[in-house]
Write a protein that binds this ligand. Structure first.
Ligand code: GTP
Length: 236
């Protein structure tokens, strides 16, 4: 069971597909002072799509009254508990504007564990630009096996939606991503926003357990014990 340590809420994701690859290289950072693993998740996409608001909603549980364009990067962290393990989810809210990201891009992608691509469902251009964001990510040698999710934000603006779910789903499928359609603004969507990050955290934890088990298999000694580990209960 995946519990959020700070709020004890569970989210059910508005997930539109589920075909992520199941193995990837994960070497989560460790906060040595408290022996807590840290998962680094970066959030990228055009300026104004709502990256800051989504990260705020997840880490602080609210929608900010006012935001300004992110310069460089903002870090936000949230302590969560997954199957009894305390984990820090470290969210890197990156700048969408080119002039505010130039000097930081290398840092965004270094040792990243998961990537969240965001577009604005009311701005077709922000969806079309996703291919550029994917190229940038690939160009920084982020392994294709690092989990990626696609988030269509601002679903509360129902009368202004320009990007049909079916179109977004095709893109997500083609790029091996889960698709979430949600709103950082609508409080009713709060659990869905949480689910984006909790889903990734659960996958990262599960993948790491798999790697551990595989290592044990190679030396043969703990094989049976690890095969009987409980399976992950990832919300997606
Ligand atoms: N209606 C609605 N507005 C939103 C939502 N999320 C964000 N906004 C608004 O969209 C604008 C941009 O939000 P930000 O979170 O600052 O966007 P960003 O992607 O971080 O922008 P950069 O920092 O420039 O990359 C702000 O005016 C927010 O209030 C949402 O879910 N619904």
């Amino acid at each position: 069971m995946a519990n959020e340590a700070t709020e004890n809420r569970r989210g059910t994701a508005n997930v539109r597909n589920a075909n992520l690859t199941s193995s990837f290289d994960l070497s989560a950072s460790l906060d040595h002072s408290v022996q807590t693993r840290i998962f680094k998740i970066i959030v990228i996409g055009d300026s104004n799509v709502g990256k800051t608001c989504l990260t705020f909603r997840f880490t602080g549980g609210s929608f900010p009254d006012k935001t300004e364009a992110t310069i460089g990067v903002d870090f936000r962290e949230k302590a969560v508990e997954i199957e009894g393990e305390k984990i820090k989810v470290q969210v890197w809210d990156t700048a969408g504007q080119e002039r505010f990201r130039k000097s930081m891009v290398e840092h965004y992608y270094r040792n990243v564990h998961a990537v969240v691509f965001v577009y604005d469902v009311t701005k077709m251009a922000s969806f079309q630009n996703l291919k550029t964001w994917v190229q940038e990510c690939d160009g920084h040698r982020v392994s294709p096996s690092v989990p990626r999710v696609l988030v269509g934000n601002k679903c509360d603006l129902v009368d202004q939606i320009q990007v049909p779910s079916s179109t977004a789903l095709k893109f997500a499928d083609a790029h091996n991503m889960l698709l979430f359609e949600t709103s950082a603004k609508d409080p009713k969507e709060s659990q869905n926003v949480d689910s984006i990050f909790m889903c990734l955290a659960c996958r990262l934890k599960a993948q790491r357990s798999l790697l551990h088990r595989d290592v044990m298999r190679e030396d043969g000694r703990l094989r049976l014990g690890h095969e009987s580990e409980p399976k992950s209960t990832c919300p997606c």
